[in-house]
Design a protein around this ligand. Structure first.
Ligand code: SF4
Length: 474
């Protein structure tokens, strides 16, 4: 398989990074507490999740109709709509808009879709000046780093790292106070907004019925990005659509409470086309780029289609015991945590990310917090099946050994006498490996993977039935 990266290697690196471990636990705990408090205040939360899931299911099943309705309404409002089948096409469309409008300077607000298509790199290679204006993204841009969380992209950076970075880049003292650091960034960015010809944003939700896009944020940078420059381009994954304006309140509430625990975010911008006659604010031109980039492939699979319901709130990352230890960069692409484990292999190809469907304990905590109730364990198991089928199809020795192991395992487990005899033999074979604490901390050859990161309990001489009897009927 043409593996893109190695999840295990990346994870081990992350596990040994003490600063990252501290940052991950502190930030995800903060988000989780805020989300839990916000949810506990809402008496009918479970019902609302179910309604949102039903709406998403219906919309995704009728996606073509709603996308055409959205396009029609945006055109009516004076905007332009473009359809991009992949990253290259999306970048080319945006560069064309820039060329036609004689654009030189571009400001951007946070957008995972633009990360997905490597838009900055593509624009910069054509000579455009591109500046990220979300504080976290700005920090990552000037440090040449990548996001590691959907809503808190610089979660892996400590205050001291940012202070040092600003001092190096801008020749300012190393401030300890986050407000001072924010002030420096704000001063730099204000000038960028004023001199930009084009603003590029993402889209949180798009309302088909009215041709309106909604952008949720707390810093005000997205509002400036979408209103100050003379051209606004919004890039949107085709799944971010909802049918009607009356659904918007529900989705905003679920998204914001699940993401940051706020009742409402500081800014919600609702944009329907460009500035109209008589209006003072807004761009002269508005363009919406609808990005497929593998989404219609997901749509064609009824078992995993629900991956497209995601609102990108980040709640599944904050609860996930795997993400909370290995961080975002271990997932190898822009999306991380449980949503990355299911989306990255589907969007980029299971050959590139065969490890990710296995990067889960299947505990189901992600399913419990997801505002649209994505059934992660079900999707993960389906993707695991795809990985195994692919392995067997390639007939490599790992697939064959795995298959053989399960045939033997099944045979042993269906033969009580054989099971008891093998248990008895294993009890004696294991003796040299049992340490003073009555645990096995080392096993040889291929079994060594079992003990690489933990000690295991020795096999008991008693059968399972005997242990059960002792425990409950003694
Ligand atoms: S999968 Fe659900 S919990 Fe995770 S980011 Fe998407 S909407 Fe949020």
């Amino acid at each position: 398989m043409a593996r893109e990266f190695n999840f295990e290697e990346e994870s081990v690196r992350a596990l040994h990074d003490e600063n990252l471990q501290e940052a991950l636990i502190n930030t995800t705990n903060r988000f989780r507490t805020a989300r839990n408090d916000a949810v506990s205040e809402s008496k009918n939360w479970e019902d609302l999740r179910q309604v949102a899931r039903n709406i998403k299911e219906y919309t995704i099943n009728n996606l073509h109709n709603y996308l055409l309705l959205l396009e029609n309404n945006i055109l009516k409002a004076g905007g332009h709509v473009h359809w991009a089948k992949d990253s290259d096409e999306a970048c080319e469309i945006i560069k064309n808009i820039a060329r036609k409008n004689n654009v030189k300077r571009i400001v951007k607000s946070k957008s995972m879709a633009t990360e997905e298509i490597h838009l900055n790199k593509s624009l910069e290679s054509d000579g455009y000046s591109v500046v990220e204006t979300d504080l976290g993204e700005y920090i990552l841009q000037i440090s040449g780093d990548k996001p590691s969380h959907i809503i808190a992209p610089a979660i892996h950076k400590r205050k001291v790292d940012i202070s040092r970075l600003f001092s190096e880049k801008f020749g300012v003292p190393e401030y300890d106070d986050p407000q001072e650091l924010t002030k420096i960034a704000r001063e730099k960015l204000r000038n960028e907004f004023l001199s930009a010809d084009m603003g590029i944003s993402g889209v949180n939700l798009a309302v088909a019925e009215t041709g309106t896009i909604a952008i949720v944020e707390n810093e005000g940078n997205a509002r400036l990005t979408t209103t100050v420059p003379r051209v606004h381009v919004a890039l949107m994954g085709i799944e971010k659509i909802i049918p009607s304006f009356k659904h918007l309140g529900l989705f905003l509430m679920l998204l914001i409470r699940s993401a940051t625990g706020q009742k409402i975010s500081t800014y919600i911008s609702l944009i329907t086309g460009p500035k109209k006659k008589g209006e003072t604010d807004g761009p002269k031109e508005f363009h919406l780029v609808l990005l497929d980039n593998g989404r219609t492939k997901i749509l064609s699979n009824s078992h995993t289609r629900e991956s497209l319901y995601c609102l990108r709130c980040g709640a599944c990352l904050n609860i996930c015991p795997v993400y909370r230890k290995v961080g975002g960069h271990s997932y190898g692409w822009v999306y991380s945590g449980p949503i990355g484990a299911i989306i990255n292999p589907q969007l980029q190809g299971i050959d590139k990310y065969p490890d990710l469907p296995f990067a889960s304990s299947l505990c189901g905590a992600c399913k419990d917090v997801c505002p649209v109730k994505i059934d992660f364990p079900k999707v993960l198991l389906d993707l695991r099946k795809q990985v195994i089928l692919k392995k067997n199809e390639n007939a490599n020795w790992v697939g064959v050994i795995e298959k053989l192991s399960f045939i033997i395992w099944k045979y042993i487990n269906l033969s009580p006498n054989l099971y008891i005899s093998l248990n008895f033999i294993a009890y004696y074979i294991q003796k040299p490996f049992i340490n003073n604490s009555d645990k096995i901390s080392y096993l040889p050859l291929f079994l060594s993977r079992w003990t690489k990161t933990r000690d295991i309990e020795p096999i008991s001489k008693k059968s399972f039935r005997e242990i059960w009897k002792d425990k409950f009927y003694a």
